[in-house]
Design a protein around this ligand. Structure first.
Ligand SMILES: C[S@@+](CC[C@H](N)C(=O)[O-])C[C@H]1O[C@@H](n2cnc3c(N)ncnc32)[C@H](O)[C@@H]1O
Length: 250
């Protein structure tokens, strides 16, 4: 992982933004929360009010040191890489107003961590649309498949760029992701097969399958011949990933 110099430090300065994150947490109050990138604690104190405990992982040592003095008793601040914590967290909830460079790593790592039942993420608006995009739509791609294979995804609300300081070039959105499937060996195969297939996103499924898999799997044979890779639903790709994880070849 290459870390940018500014670490994606755009701080939320609007209370409505905090409310969107709290709305995303509804039904999961009283639980342990991992917060990735607490920054100056814009969300941390509000999360701590509804959580049992908060583990706040901040990469910037100076921000973390300042934050320690300001958080309530049920918050622990540590210096570290939040994407790695997403992989190993024991808590059922992850909240992050993500540094944009880290969004995809947080999502793909969290998918692998079956302890995580809920994520509430601040994402660049276009990434939020990708995470929630339906098959066949313009923004539907590999991140949509991985996200929706493991989570029910929903945009809670848009955060205009004016809600941040310094002001980013793009708007953001708060996305709620509730786990619907546990990670198992199929997940590795799904990552592999989607990496190849979505490099042929606009190609016919049969052609892309021949290139990626060497043959057309049974799950794809029953599809209309005009089906393109971008039309494949997460469930259809999981079917193929299962076949692969049971010994099919790529
Ligand atoms: C968009 S800011 C959000 C800050 C604050 N939570 C808010 O809502 O205003 C992203 C934060 O993530 C931190 N950060 C960047 N890379 C990180 C990493 N790899 N692990 C943990 N925190 C990171 C930044 O230093 C910054 O504080």
């Amino acid at each position: 992982m290459r870390y940018p110099r500014d670490l994606g430090q755009r701080f939320l300065v609007n209370k409505d933004g905090v409310s969107l994150f709290l709305e995303g947490l509804s039904g999961f109050e009283g639980l342990d929360v991992l917060e990735v990138g607490p920054g100056e604690g814009q969300l941390t104190v509000s999360i701590a009010n509804v959580a049992r405990r908060v583990l706040a992982v901040e990469f910037d040592r100076e921000l973390a040191a300042r934050l320690v003095a300001r958080v309530p008793y049920n918050v622990s601040v540590v210096v570290g890489d939040g994407a790695r914590y997403a992989l190993i967290a024991r808590s059922p909830v992850l909240v992050s107003n993500t540094p944009f460079y880290l969004s995809s790593s947080i999502i793909t790592n969290a998918a692998r961590n079956n302890n995580l039942e809920l994520m509430v993420l601040g994402l660049q608006l276009e990434v939020a649309k990708r995470v929630t995009a339906r098959p066949g739509s313009e923004l539907y791609g590999r991140l949509s498949v991985i996200s929706q294979a493991y989570f029910r995804t929903q945009i809670i609300g848009v955060m205009p760029s004016s809600w941040f300081k310094p002001r980013p070039k793009v708007d953001a959105a708060v996305v709620r992701m509730v786990r619907i499937r546990r990670w198992d060996p199929t997940g590795e195969a799904l990552e592999k097969v989607t990496r190849c297939l979505f490099s042929y996103r606009n190609k016919l499924v049969t052609k892309a399958a021949l290139r990626c898999l060497g043959s057309v799997p049974e799950d794809f044979k029953s599809l209309p011949s005009s089906t393109r890779v971008r039309d494949l639903a997460p469930e259809q790709l999981i079917g193929v990933a299962k076949w692969l994880s049971l010994g099919g070849q790529i």
